[in-house]
Design a protein around this ligand. Sequence first.
Ligand SMILES: Nc1ncnc2c1ncn2[C@@H]1O[C@H](COP(=O)(O)OP(=O)(O)O)[C@@H](O)[C@H]1O
Ligand SMILES: [Mg+2]
Length: 259
Amino acid sequence: MSRKIVFTSGKGGVGKTTITASLGLILAKNGYRVLLVDGDIGLNNLDVITGVEDLIVFDLIDVLSGNCRLNQALVESPLSTNLFVLPCIHSLSSGVVSSQKLKDAINGVDGLFDYIFIDCPAGVELSFHRAVSIAEEAVIIVNPSISSVRDADKVIGLLKSYNLNSISLIVNRIRGDLVLSNEMYSASEIASTLKIALLGVIPEEDIMLKGLTDTPSESQKALKIISKTLSGKSAKHYDYLKKYSGFWGSIRKELRKIL
Ligand SMILES: Nc1ncnc2c1ncn2[C@@H]1O[C@H](COP(=O)(O)OP(=O)(O)O)[C@@H](O)[C@H]1O
Ligand SMILES: [Mg+2]
């Protein structure tokens, strides 16, 4: 049996696709079998970020229309063995894809994977419902801004009406220097405002703009910690304040203000 986890947020642009794919890649490299499902019908971000874009023969819509079996649509990512993607490249009217059909199709490959991650589309309409219906756990991605926290709050309200085993939070794009100068909410403030458990914290870092990378970086470190927490091997959080603490930390903080 796989763990089916939906990564959601309400509005787009908070880092859902990047985080879903990055965590999937880290877990696959650690020997877990991971399937990434693109819930963003027609927008196909996941296939591009995982490098399977040119390898797609069939997609989710083909599966649901009966043109192929689900395992024919799964594409192994060139980034790692054990990392598979169920792409969705057709911009077919998403209304034809029923939640139950999708759920049945995913349940058909349940035994093949340790994790099935669903990259939830932006918005809270039908495609949100479909993506959440497949999942047993939800992870909400939030940025440390008032609008993102408000969005997350609305999404949590909606998620509570589903039969999920857990709802947890990842705070993405946090800046330790701004938290220390009280210009940004801390991750724990956000978690207590939203009243859900903090799964992890990821710092704002330019390297995340490059897509998936193995380059050692603070965001990679943070994602690796989250992958361990997710698989029950740790309960730590990335320390986003460390870099700005102590003597050198204060200098770094001042420099960041000037630059
Ligand atoms: N921690 C981060 N630091 C800097 N840029 C980030 C971070 N997380 C995500 N991004 C960037 O933000 C943009 C939106 O991310 P994306 O994963 O596409 O969001 P979503 O799927 O929620 O719409 C991308 O350009 C991505 O590289
Ligand atoms: Mg996305």
